[in-house]
Ligand binder design. Structure first.
Ligand code: ACO
Length: 159
């Protein structure tokens, strides 16, 4: 009955994230989607907006919980009494950053393990940044993000 924390900026949540959470839900007892207030990115959506979107998307997934957090990820994981950090891995290009982050988190707390799940090939080309770029210029992003995300993004960009 292992609890896995799936952290990210989720700006915005994409179908790649959703697919990963649903696959991981078959492996772990519970998943906490942890939306970061402090990430290395400057987000389009506020923390409250990103949390509300994820809550709506995972509303019917019984073992999935959504929460925003600030500060260090390992502190949040300890507060939630979880012992796994879950991350998705798309391509080799993700490896260096993920490796660095996993090692840093391990240095900060050796009792927490980072577990990677390979992203389904269908979402290999997707990232939050590329979806924002396409949407901003009026491109169609249907099928790449949940419908709710698509609507919110079009509002943000005044489309
Ligand atoms: N399918 C498709 N795309 C995916 C998938 C998937 N399954 N998983 C991730 N991606 C993409 C995302 O769309 C996103 O794209 P983008 O870079 O264009 O935005 C990218 O991969 C990764 O973004 P997120 O999944 O949102 O996660 P992110 O890397 O932003 O999360 C985190 C970083 C975990 C929030 C980190 O900054 C953190 O832990 N912050 C808290 C502070 C802390 O503890 N820092 C010390 C830890 S080390 C460190 O922070 C570097």
């Amino acid at each position: 009955n292992c609890i896995a924390v799936y952290p990210g900026t989720f700006d915005p949540l994409t179908n790649g994230h959703v697919s990963l959470v649903r696959r991981a839900a078959k492996v772990f007892g519970a998943i906490i989607v942890a939306v970061a207030g402090d990430s290395h990115k400057t987000p389009l959506f506020s923390l409250d907006e990103r949390v509300a979107i994820a809550e709506a998307v995972f509303d019917h997934d019984a073992s999935v919980m959504v929460e925003g957090f600030n500060g260090l990820l390992v502190d949040y994981v300890r507060r939630r009494r979880a012992n796994v950090i879950l991350r998705g891995m798309r391509a080799i290009s993700d490896f260096e950053f993920e490796f660095q982050m996993a090692l840093m988190n391990r240095k900060l707390d050796r009792s927490i393990e980072t577990v990677f799940i390979m992203t389904d090939y269908k979402w290999l080309y997707i990232s939050s940044t590329i979806v924002k770029e396409v949407c901003k210029h009026g491109g169609e992003i249907r099928g790449m993000v949940p419908e709710l995300v698509r609507e919110r993004m079009r509002e943000k960009y005044g489309l």
